[in-house]
Every structure is written in C-alpha cells, then in structure tokens.
Design a protein around this ligand. Structure first.
Ligand code: ADP
Ligand code: MG
Ligand code: MG
Length: 209
C-alpha cells in the first residue's frame, strides 16, 4: 500500500482503539506504579470522544480522521490527553503539503514530536512518550529518504517505537509524575511510550491487512 485513504485511516484508528482497550488495564497498572494510575481512564475517555467525532466512511479522509482524533484527545484531561492531541493535530495538518504518503506522515509526525517537546520540555531519555515518538519519527524520516511505501514505513516506525518503549523500563523519569517516585519507577515501562508503540503497530497492521 502506498496511500492512506480515508478507509485505511479509519481502520487504523479502529484497530488502535481495540488494541488500546486490550492493553488498558496493563497500562493503568504501569501508571499506578510510576504515576497516579489514571492513564488508562484518560486515554479511554479520549478514545470515546474520538469515536463520537470520527467521520463516516463516505466522508473520511486521512486529514478528517486525524483531525477528529486530535479533537477527542484535546478535549481530555491528564497530561497525556493534550500532548497526544497536539501531536495528532500536527499529523492531520501535514496532508496539506506535497509528496508521497510516507513523506507526509514523516513530516507530520516530526512536526508533532517537535510540538510535544516544546509543550512538555521532555527529551529522549526522560522516560516519557518521547522515548517512543522520537525513534518512530526518525524511522519515518529514514523511510521517506529511502523511498519506502507507507506500509513498510509504518512497520519500521512500529518496531522503533516498541524498542523505544522497552528502553523506558531502565530509565529514571525526569518529567511528569514518574519523576516524583524516583527509582520506584525502575523496571516500569512508561505507559505513554507503550501507547505510541501500540498506535504505530495498529497502523502497520491496518495497512498490511
Ligand atoms: P498525569 O501524569 O497527568 O496523570 P497521564 O497519566 O494522562 O498524565 O499521562 C502520563 C503520560 O504522559 C506518561 O506516561 C508520559 O508518557 C506522558 N508525559 C508526562 N509528562 C510528559 C512530558 N513533559 N512530555 C511528554 N510526555 C509526558
Ligand atoms: Mg496519570
Ligand atoms: Mg493524572
């Protein structure tokens, strides 16, 4: 596949929602160990709003699906809701430019990463969603340079995000609530980073189906 049309974008978001719900309890447990235990509830609440805002199959475009997703997350509390919301918004706006879908996705994800870093002040190694987003973004930029189709690009991004999420188990948090508990968070993966991995894995699965 070299094009994410509206139907594929919807399928990506529906797959993400299902996969998130399957992992919700485990993600909440991670936030309970290293934060305040509301992560699963926050994201589930965002996804309910997303589902209510998603366009119908007839109206769906990549941009409209990601705009609805951004709006659902932006209307949600917690630290992760607005940060994911701003990230999705940057992805939705990338489609305005020229290029292959791999180029567009790579540019949007990179712009969203920059936005989240400006807002939250976290860098790679601070034990946040950035530890999965940054390697996923780099994988997409490499895929764009290498001329990969968007399904292959997403498979590469998913692998990079999952490795980045795994790396957070060994990190002490410098940002967010996990920074309040010090080395109690050692051995605990960051739930935001794991959710980024789930998101890209859902994209790879939806485009390869
Ligand atoms: P809260 O800590 O307000 O309860 P959530 O539980 O909704 O927020 O989200 C926690 C997640 O937010 C963390 O797993 C982490 O990935 C992400 N996060 C927290 N602070 C930051 C930050 N400054 N920059 C990027 N991501 C962050
Ligand atoms: Mg929390
Ligand atoms: Mg909270």
């Amino acid at each position: 596949t070299d094009h994410i049309d509206g139907a594929l974008a919807l399928s990506w978001m529906n797959t993400f929602t299902e996969d998130f719900h399957a992992a919700q309890q485990a993600l909440t447990d991670l936030d309970r160990q290293a934060g305040d235990g509301d992560f699963g509830t926050n994201i589930a609440s965002a996804l309910r709003k997303v589902v209510a805002e998603l366009p119908t199959a007839d109206d769906a475009t990549f941009a409209s699906v990601f705009t609805a997703t951004a709006n659902g997350f932006l209307a949600t509390g917690g630290t992760s809701g607005p940060l994911f919301g701003m990230w999705f918004r940057a992805v939705s706006r990338s489609t305005a430019t020229e290029g292959t879908d791999t180029d567009l996705l790579a540019q949007g994800v990179a712009a969203g990463l920059a936005k989240v870093q400006t807002l939250g002040g976290a860098s790679v190694g601070d034990n946040t969603m950035i530890d999965a987003l940054a390697p996923a973004s780099q994988a997409l930029l490499d895929a764009s340079t290498g001329g990969l189709t968007v399904d292959k690009a997403l498979t590469s991004a998913a692998r990079a995000a999952r490795a980045g999420a795994a790396s957070t188990a060994d990190l002490l948090a410098a940002r967010g609530r996990a920074s309040y508990v010090g080395d109690l968070a050692l051995g605990v993966e960051d739930p935001g980073a794991v959710t980024v991995a789930i998101f890209f894995e859902a994209g790879a699965a939806a485009l390869s189906a």
